[in-house]
Write a protein that binds this ligand. Sequence first.
Ligand SMILES: C[S@@+](CC[C@H](N)C(=O)[O-])C[C@H]1O[C@@H](n2cnc3c(N)ncnc32)[C@H](O)[C@@H]1O
Length: 459
Amino acid sequence: MEKEPYIGRKIDYERYQGTTSEDLISEILEQKLEEPTTKIKEEELYKETVVQSTQQVVSRGIDSKLEKQVQTYNQVWRPVIESKSYRRLESVYHQISPKGVVYFDVLDREIFITQTEKNFQSLIQNHQIGTVKRWNDEEIEKMFGKGLNPTSLITSYESAQWFAKEIPPLGDLVVLELGTGAGWATVMLYESIRGEHQDLKVKQYSVDMSPHAIAATETLLTYKGIPHIVATNPHELAQIQDWMDNTPEGKGYSGVILVLDDINGVLERFSDKSVEGVYSSHGTAYLSKSEYRNFLNTLSSKLKNNGIFIADSLNPLYTNRLDVGTTLSQMLAPKRMMKSLTKKGITYMYGGKLRNNSKYFPGEDVQILKGFNTPQAYLIIEWCNYLLKKMDFKRLVKTVKSLQVTMRVVDEYRSDVFPSFLLKDIVDEEKLNFQSLSNPPEFPIFMDTQGFRMKKKDV
Ligand SMILES: C[S@@+](CC[C@H](N)C(=O)[O-])C[C@H]1O[C@@H](n2cnc3c(N)ncnc32)[C@H](O)[C@@H]1O
């Protein structure tokens, strides 16, 4: 069956072609201010018309950008997605991993890079913004690699599914996602929420301080046909929020709002008790403990009663250095290896220990993991086994390379991670009204996910 993108509504933006905001203001003023009775009325009307015309300009801008996304989807991604080989591979991939785990063909990496570069150039040229030090293009390449490997995606996906089930459906949903990276979790979160709450509009504000991350996430959202608007500064964000709250188009919008901003300040841009849920997959994990303390305090006023917060992170006390022999044997004969390891009662294969470099666990050693006999691990193993059987060596080699990069990332990133299992301590220390959510998904030991529900006293 042909898959329809979310984006694609008809937009009458020709109506606005070549009109500036000043033109619109005077046009509206001419219509409305024919016979002003008093000066006060005139001023009020002027303010009102300025607001309306600003909204129209914002609306026009958003419409033309959404229209452009449809064009890019049709020109760049539709031919890819509708090709026979893509459909065959995607179908096998989704027999191995859950359907909600994004599929992206490793051979389409170049298209991803070209599109992201275009988005990036347009971001920095049109908005005169600089880049950030750590989360640069190299990092985005690493984060992009995560999406070529279902084992890396599955934990973000399971946190997103948990989030979608636990979020209180009090009305149309306002959700924040913090730290988009290349955008894999952004896509899976949006699709999980839409899947669970089909009758509600979803406004997912996905935040990252790196323009590289915003540009990459734009690419993936277009690839998946998910509508998105970009806010590169607080003023633009406020205009978009106003459009959402006060115009029929804005109220009817379901999609992502990509926000270039710092996690430390972004919550302040939302009104108190206006947010149903906040999700972060390996994003807030890079806040320091004192930043996290401030963040959770602010969060407690921004969430609605029963609103939720779910965050996952690496566990800095583990790292992965896969044993090549074992991993190869698993890729050659996944079922047989799983049976034999399970019979021996093995879930994890341990290597030696390393000196810890995490500031949160001074004096404790880091355990090296050499192999996995877990359901998550078998996703990438089964996928490689399929590529091997099909003798699709081009895809196999690139997939294995991306797995190696992801493993290196785990090793490199863990030193400054604030693990999510320590969040309970902050909640207790700050006496915050968060209750732990029950039934978290089961994560492999080198990662963790935590969830909280806000219980307001004043309701
Ligand atoms: C490890 S990546 C995680 C990306 C993605 N969620 C994933 O699971 O693959 C962390 C992302 O968080 C962003 N980030 C880190 N600290 C941030 C902060 N204080 N404010 C905004 N973004 C931040 C980085 O730019 C980066 O894109």
